[in-house]
Design a binder for this molecule. Structure first.
Ligand SMILES: CC(C)(COP(=O)(O)OP(=O)(O)OC[C@H]1O[C@@H](n2cnc3c(N)ncnc32)[C@H](O)[C@@H]1OP(=O)(O)O)[C@@H](O)C(=O)NCCC(=O)NCCS
Length: 196
């Protein structure tokens, strides 16, 4: 039987999490800023952030999944984007020069009026495809719940593409219901929420 351990991400694990993020969430906006920004900017800045955390799932020391959570998304993202600004600026300029449509998509996403923003947010979750459907996703969500409850947060929400049936089904197992919808540049997003 595989031994899966769940622990908090530290600076040695940022590269592994960034690589898995780029691999498992290719269509997401962040990977278009490059793995270096994800590792040295976004994930490094998430460590010891008072408003958010990243938990990783490992098998024999290999990262096979991660979940990025926040108890105050606005504050969390403001603080993460506000660090390593030179690295961020370089990544954004490169994106604008090489993939302008993706660049404008990022602007549209950041300006969108979200239907839910109170409570704890699951910002990202991913499990390595080779290790999916073995209960690791559920273990990561349970780790997020423990973190939220310890912070006194009993309401959880997340955003996903409406077409992402796997993740929707997983959250429904935790009692998630549709809390709102959002259309950004022809992509339909679903907001799900549940109580813990
Ligand atoms: C969503 C994801 C994290 C689930 O991880 P996982 O380790 O495979 O999930 P689990 O094995 O814990 O399964 C949890 C539940 O998800 C659902 N699920 C998982 N894989 C599924 C599939 N292929 N089809 C339908 N439902 C599925 C099931 O309801 C399952 O519960 P059950 O086994 O009791 O029926 C994983 O599929 C993934 O990384 N997807 C790509 C990244 C992504 O889209 N992230 C969300 C946007 S941030």
């Amino acid at each position: 039987m595989l031994m899966v351990t769940i622990c908090e991400m530290n600076s040695h694990k940022c590269r592994g999490v960034a690589a898995l993020h780029c691999d498992a969430l290719r269509d997401d906006f962040l990977p278009s800023l490059g793995i270096d920004y994800l590792e040295k900017g976004y994930y490094k800045a998430s460590i010891e952030n008072p408003c958010g955390k990243v938990f990783v799932a490992e098998i024999n020391g290999e990262i096979v999944g991660f979940i990025n959570v926040s108890i105050n998304s606005r504050k969390y993202l403001r603080s993460v984007w506000g660090k390593k600004t030179r690295l961020l600026l370089t990544a954004i300029l490169r994106l604008f020069a090489t993939r302008p449509i993706r660049f404008f998509e990022g602007i549209a996403i950041s300006l969108a009026k979200v239907p839910v923003h109170r409570g704890g947010e699951i910002v990202f979750i991913a499990v390595d495809p080779a290790h999916q459907k073995q209960g690791i996703g559920k273990m990561l969500v349970e780790a997020a719940h423990r973190y939220f409850l310890a912070a006194g947060v009993h309401f959880v929400f997340t955003k996903t593409l409406e077409s992402n049936k796997q993740v929707i089904r997983m959250y429904q197992r935790f009692g998630a219901e549709t809390a709102g919808k959002l259309k950004i540049l022809k992509k339909e997003y679903l907001y799900l929420s549940w109580n813990i």
